[in-house]
Design a protein. Structure first.
Length: 364
């Protein structure tokens, strides 16, 4: 069997330079190649006419441009959310979402096919784990969104629903399918590529990584002083309640998780976002609000309250807006804890992570 072709999106600019040296080609051409990949966002090796013939021949013979074909694309009725089901080389499918709200353009990308963490209310968790994504498969999702933005900016019509001339991709959230800290090395390489100032040039302050609470990964982020935004999915403030919603809590108990979060905040000086999926009758009472307030007392924290995205595999229902506001008021008034209630945008296109893949797998 022949060796798999090198995916150009897998490589940092430095790794690409080393590859050209290995091929005995002048590394000066990396700048033009990088420009094709991340500024012009070309979708094929044929669209790189200015590269020297020897380099083009090498690229054609030994590499691939890991563009991910779209298996399915849906748009929310308000036009603000586009969801893509993308096909990987081995025919597995992953989800990527483009969101445009109040001038912010964000790509939500996946880090794994499926997920091993098994959060009971999550469509991806209900699927189980298949495999990690490579750095290139993560980068390709951001490029896919950047390319879609470029196309829509070119065809922009002021009267389009939800439309404003989408500028370039500015924000990335690692909140799609998978647990990013379970695939640490690939995710960090992808982030290095996305941040490259000569390419997509995403600022570190515009990248948010969401974890269910993989303690070794949080401590490693702290040790490596990665300047990202960290979001920790909490959902409950006692070990027993949390373990019932998030099975990974049995491996990394709440006290260990909170100790790791404290270390992260103290080492990096960064605030952590704590995600709380609001499920009616389960974790949305005034007592629950006070328990999270107590848990986060003294920490540099913001709470993001997210009414449950219903999935077929879980019987819970989302908290109503009055109860969510009451929860938020207790956090503010009694604990001086900032919080947001996130809009459940895109719900009409199954925008919760894993939901489109489940729908598609069933249809297929
Ligand atoms: S919520 Fe995140 S960590 Fe939990 S199962 Fe879903 S994808 Fe995995």
């Amino acid at each position: 069997m022949s060796a798999p072709r090198l995916n150009l999106y897998d490589l940092t600019r430095e790794q690409l330079r080393v590859q050209l040296v290995r091929w005995e080609l002048n590394p000066v051409h990396v700048a033009r190649l990088w420009n094709y990949l991340y500024i012009e966002l070309v979708a094929s090796l044929d669209a790189m006419p200015e590269l020297p013939p020897k380099l083009r021949a090498r690229l054609a013979a030994e590499t691939q441009l890991g563009v991910l074909p779209t298996a399915l694309e849906t748009a929310s009725s308000d036009g603000f959310t586009h969801k893509y089901l993308l096909t990987l080389n081995d025919a597995e499918k992953i989800e990527t979402v483009l969101m445009r709200y109040t001038g912010r353009v964000t790509a939500c990308v996946s880090s794994q096919v499926g997920c091993a963490m098994g959060c009971v209310f999550c469509a991806t968790g209900q699927m189980g784990y298949t495999r990690h994504l490579t750095p290139g498969e993560i980068v390709a999702q951001a490029v896919h969104v950047a390319r879609a933005l470029k196309r829509s900016a070119l065809s922009f019509q002021p009267s389009a629903p939800g439309g404003h001339p989408a500028a370039r991709l500015r924000n990335i959230v690692l909140m799609g399918m998978g647990e990013p800290l379970h695939n640490y090395d690939a995710v960090m390489t992808a982030i290095d590529i996305l941040r490259d100032p000569n390419g997509l040039a995403l600022g570190a302050e515009r990248i948010t990584l969401s974890t269910v609470g993989v303690v070794p990964g949080i401590l490693r982020l702290a040790q490596e002083m990665r300047p990202l935004h960290l979001a920790v999915s909490l959902h409950a403030a006692t070990q027993a309640e949390r373990a019932a919603l998030v099975p990974a809590a049995k491996k990394w108990p709440l006290d260990e998780l909170m100790a790791a979060c404290r270390t992260y905040s103290e080492t990096t000086g960064r605030r952590i976002f704590y995600e709380w999926t609001l499920i009616e009758g389960k974790n949305d009472s005034e007592a629950h609000a006070r328990s999270v307030g107590e848990l986060l007392r003294g920490l540099s924290a913001q709470v993001n309250l997210i009414p449950l995205n219903p999935t077929e595999g879980y019987a819970g229902v989302p908290t109503r807006s009055e109860a969510a506001k009451r929860f938020q008021k207790i956090l503010a008034d009694e604990f001086d804890l900032p919080s947001t209630v996130r809009q459940r945008r895109g719900i009409d296109i199954a925008a919760g992570c894993g939901q489109l893949a489940v729908v598609e797998a069933r249809a297929g």
